[in-house]
Write a protein that binds this ligand. Structure first.
Ligand code: FE2
Length: 404
C-alpha cells in the first residue's frame, strides 16, 4: 500500500479537517462481523421480541443489544440455546455475566488443558458470571428453548487489545479468578456485607439461583422502601458496578443524573423509566415546555433501558424509575467500573445525596408535578395503588426513611 505524504498547511491555515465522522471502533467492526442482528435504541420492553439469528461463535441463536450510551464500554446480547442442544465451547478475555430469561439448563466451566470441570444448574432468573477466560458451554437438555441475556465488557477488551489471539486463543486463566476450591465455586453466597467503599449491601456469589425473587436488604437510597444489593462475582474488576434493586409497588425513585453507561434490566414486576438531558431540559421539563426532550421506556421482565443514553461524555442525564405493577418492580443494573479521573481520597457524593447535599438526586418536592400526575394514571390502569408517603413531597421529606 502506498503511503500518502503529509503536506504542511500554508500561512495560518490549520492542519486537519474541521469536522469528521467518527470511524467504527475495532469493537464495532468485530460486532458486525459476528453476523447477528444489532439492535440500537434507548431501550426495549422485552429483549425476547428481538429476532434471533444463527450465531456461529456460540453454535446457537442470538442478537446484540447495543443501547445508546453504552458504545465501546459494555455489550448486551440475547442468546437462545435451542431445545436438546448446547453451545460450542467458548472462552474470551473479557468479563461476562448471564441472566436467564426462560428455560433451564446447566453451564459447564473448565480451564483449558485441564480435565477438571465444574458445572451448575440454572433456571429462569438465575444469574451467573463466567470467570475471565475460563472455557464454558451452556447446555439445554430440555424440550423447550432456553433464552439468556449476556452482559460483558467485550467492547473495552476488543478496543484495547485488537488481537484475536489475546482475546480468544489465550491459554492463561488467572487462579485468583477461577481457582481454589472449584467444588464450592458455584455454591450461592448468602452473607450480606457492607460494601467496603460505599457501605451499602454487598453479596459475593458466583451464582444467584433466582435473582428475581431472592431476598434483598432494605436500602432506602432511591426512595422510601427501596431494596438493593451490589453483587460481586467471578472476582470481576470491571463488571463490579451495578446492583439488583427493587421498588415497592406504588412507589418510584427520585430522579438523579450522571453520564452514560448504566443499563437497567427488569427482572420482576413492571415499570417505566424517564431519561432526559439535564442541561437542555432542566429539573422540571414538562413545566418548562421541554417535555418533548424526555424519553420514556416501559419495560417488564427481560426489558431494559440505558439510563443516560448519550454519546457525549460531558453530558449528564436525569433518569427516574417508576414501579407500576401490583408486585414490586425489580431491576438488575450493570455498568463498567472505569474508575475515576479524580484524586484518591476526595469526597464522593453517595448515591442518596441530593442536589443540596452535593449529590445528584432531585428531591420529590422539587420534581415536575407531571411525574406524579401521570404516575397515578398508570397505576390506576394497572389496578395498583399510589403509595408514596405525602411527607416525601415536602422539604422535610428529603430525609425520610421508611422501614417496612
Ligand atoms: Fe443512575
Amino acid at each position: 500500500m502506498t503511503k500518502t505524504k503529509y503536506v504542511e498547511p500554508t500561512g495560518d491555515e490549520k492542519a486537519g479537517f474541521k469536522n469528521y465522522p467518527r470511524p467504527a471502533s475495532p469493537w464495532e467492526l468485530f460486532q458486525r462481523s459476528e453476523g447477528v442482528p444489532i439492535f440500537r435504541g434507548i431501550g426495549i420492553s422485552d429483549a425476547r421480541e428481538l429476532p434471533r439469528e444463527k450465531w456461529d461463535r456460540f453454535g446457537a441463536l442470538g442478537s446484540f443489544i447495543q443501547l445508546l450510551g453504552t458504545n465501546n464500554t459494555t455489550s448486551y446480547f440475547v442468546l437462545e440455546v435451542p431445545a436438546r442442544s448446547a453451545t460450542k465451547p467458548v472462552k474470551h478475555f473479557w468479563e461476562e455475566r448471564y441472566i436467564a430469561l426462560e428455560g433451564r439448563g446447566s453451564t459447564e466451566v473448565w480451564r483449558e488443558s485441564s480435565s477438571a470441570s465444574t458445572s451448575f444448574e440454572w433456571q429462569a432468573w438465575s444469574m451467573f458470571s463466567v470467570p475471565l477466560n475460563a472455557s464454558f458451554r451452556i447446555v439445554n437438555a430440555t424440550s423447550s428453548p432456553a433464552v439468556l441475556i449476556g452482559i460483558n465488557n467485550a467492547p473495552m477488551a476488543v478496543n484495547m487489545y485488537q488481537s484475536k489471539q489475546i482475546l480468544f486463543e489465550n491459554p492463561f486463566v488467572p487462579d485468583d479468578r477461577f481457582g481454589g476450591n472449584l467444588e464450592e465455586y458455584w455454591k450461592p453466597g448468602e452473607e450480606f456485607e457492607p460494601h467496603p467503599v460505599q457501605g451499602r449491601a454487598m453479596l459475593t456469589t458466583n451464582l444467584f439461583p433466582d435473582a428475581a425473587n431472592c431476598y434483598l436488604p432494605l436500602d432506602n437510597n432511591r426512595g422510601p422502601g427501596f431494596r438493593w444489593v451490589n453483587p460481586q462475582h467471578g472476582r470481576n474488576t470491571v463488571l463490579t458496578g451495578g446492583f439488583i434493586g427493587e421498588y415497592p409497588s406504588g412507589r418510584y425513585s427520585k430522579a438523579h443524573h450522571h453520564g452514560a453507561g448504566a443499563v437497567l434490566i427488569c427482572i420482576n414486576g413492571k415499570g417505566y423509566s424517564y431519561t432526559w438531558p439535564k442541561d437542555l431540559a432542566g429539573l422540571t421539563p414538562w413545566k418548562d415546555g421541554k417535555g418533548d426532550l424526555v424519553q420514556k421506556q416501559d419495560y417488564g421482565p427481560g426489558g431494559m433501558i440505558s439510563a443516560a443514553p448519550t454519546g457525549n461524555p460531558r453530558e449528564t442525564w436525569f433518569h427516574q424509575h417508576l414501579a407500576i405493577s401490583k408486585t414490586p418492580f425489580r431491576v438488575l443494573a450493570t455498568w463498567a467500573n472505569l474508575g475515576s479521573g479524580g484524586s484518591e481520597g476526595e469526597t464522593v457524593a453517595g448515591i442518596g445525596a441530593e442536589l443540596s447535599e452535593g449529590g445528584s438526586s432531585l428531591p420529590y418536592h422539587m420534581e415536575d408535578p407531571y411525574i406524579r400526575e401521570y404516575y397515578k394514571t398508570r397505576l390506576a390502569e394497572e389496578g395498583a395503588e399510589f403509595l408514596m408517603p405525602e411527607e416525601a413531597y415536602t422539604p422535610a421529606g428529603t430525609s425520610i426513611k421508611i422501614d417496612y
